[in-house]
Design a binder for this molecule. Structure first.
Ligand SMILES: [Zn+2]
Length: 441
């Protein structure tokens, strides 16, 4: 592999750190998957004469987007049940479908579809939470995608495991299998406070303390969750988790729409990371995460799409735009979450939450070359008065032309280089027939 040198020459380079910076006429030199140097475009010939030159004359080059919360396999459930509140959606539609269909085949088909969608949209890394994580990991390897593979824990029997002991046993087996993988790490993925017991949370915390792996949890998603916790445990979910020793930097808290002012200070000082899923929260009318206040308090806020069953796409450009707009609308402050901050949330903040900050999330020397190129020569993104503004407010994911993960070009001029998209789409079609037949019965 030594000597594999690429010189990527975009019209605009957005390194993300420093936030808001845009460089022109620069080249990113990639050697064996890492960013070796960022130099003036005119110096490439002299310094790296052997480099394979990739000219991107109308493009912005950004770090690959990081989808901080998703359920890949649920892509197969896209559009199966919409316009419902969370618990009706889960109990009457999602859980019964899952009970009937979820297995390795389902997870493979859904994960392939999700990864094809994400890569073509400039997303290079995802944080997943689903059953059969071994299958998700296998597909990520085939796709050449970076991921944090969730190790599910839920106090209900599923096709993946029948009791808590088995969930932990299988979690640790998957973790063991992935140790040392260059692109894959793991996180515990307990479903939610209302589906996980105190004993399981405690055991997870002890294992997390020992291994350093994060805990990725749906938390404070709805007002009902808070009421149910008061009824079942005599405490709000945040108090219960604090009592169990879970409030700390290894907690990756998804949703967080039910936060009071004291809570914001509390999670800021504990170093809890927030994984914000604006489309899913709006669609299920769960509530609104107070992103502007969290950001001001110094909480690390990243962005996720949630699964395609509640979004209904895995489009990080759409999610970034929505995150910026919603933060302004909800706070009444148009200066909240400016475009450059929204870009950070979709890249570097995600990397920070996932423990990958030294590897990805920005275009810096020494980091992995996880990159996305976006063509800006479209009517809807001209004139290019501001690249950063366009990335958030004007660009669509169909403008992504090329994507690299660890220096490997997995999407090249609009074509997937590793995944067989036609076959993935055919299989998805077959699943639609089975699933809709099940819903209509
Ligand atoms: Zn979710």
């Amino acid at each position: 592999m030594a000597g594999d040198v690429q010189a990527i020459l975009p019209r605009w380079l957005v390194p993300v750190r420093p936030e808001g910076q845009v460089l022109e006429d620069h080249a990113v030199i990639v050697v064996d998957g890492r960013i070796e140097a960022i130099i003036g475009a005119g110096d490439v010939g002299g310094l790296y004469p052997e480099a394979h030159r990739i000219e991107l004359p109308v493009h912005a080059l950004i770090p690959g987007l990081i989808n901080a919360h998703t359920h890949n396999a649920m892509s197969l459930l896209r559009g199966l049940a919409d316009d419902l509140p969370l618990m009706t959606w889960l109990e009457d539609h999602i859980w019964p479908s899952e009970q009937r269909w979820v297995g390795p085949e389902f997870v493979r088909a859904g994960s392939e579809l999700a990864m094809a969608e994400m890569l073509a949209g400039g997303t290079t890394c995802f944080n997943d939470n689903y059953f059969f994580p071994d299958v998700t990991a296998e597909v990520a390897r085939e796709a050449g995608m970076r991921a944090v593979i969730g190790l599910p824990v839920i106090s209900l029997p599923t096709a993946w495991a029948s009791n808590e002991d088995e969930y932990f046993q299988r979690a640790l087996e998957v973790r063991e299998d992935l140790l040392g993988d260059p692109l894959l790490t793991t996180a515990f993925a307990p479903h939610a406070p209302y589906t996980v017991s105190d004993a399981a949370f405690t055991r997870m915390r002890e294992l997390a303390d020992k291994t350093g792996i994060p805990i990725h949890l749906h938390l404070l998603e709805t007002a009902q969750e808070v009421d149910d916790s008061l009824a079942a445990h005599g405490r709000r979910p945040l108090d219960r988790l604090a009592d169990l020793g879970l409030l700390g930097p290894s907690l990756l808290a998804v949703h967080m729409t039910q936060l009071g002012e004291d809570d914001i200070e509390r999670i800021a000082s504990a170093g809890v990371h927030v994984l914000h899923c604006p489309a899913s929260n709006l669609k299920l009318a769960s509530g609104i995460c107070p992103v502007a206040a969290l950001d001001s308090a110094g909480v690390n806020v990243s962005i996720g799409t949630d699964g395609a069953a509640s979004n209904n796409t895995l489009d990080m450009f759409a999610e970034m735009r929505l995150a910026a707009l919603l933060a302004k609308g909800a706070s009444g402050d148009p200066e909240a979450i400016p475009a450059a901050r929204a870009v950070s949330m979709a890249t570097l903040n995600g990397a920070r939450a996932l423990g990958l900050e030294t590897q990805v999330g920005s275009i810096e020397v020494g980091k992995s070359a996880d990159l996305a190129a976006i063509a800006l020569d479209r009517s809807g993104s001209l004139p290019v008065n501001s690249v950063i503004s366009h990335l958030v407010y004007a660009v669509g994911r169909e403008q992504v032309s090329d994507v690299w993960v660890a220096g490997q070009r997995v999407y090249e001029q609009g074509r997937m280089t590793r995944l067989d998209v036609d076959s993935i789409h055919r299989t998805a079609g077959q699943w639609a027939e089975r699933l809709t037949a099940g819903e209509q019965k």
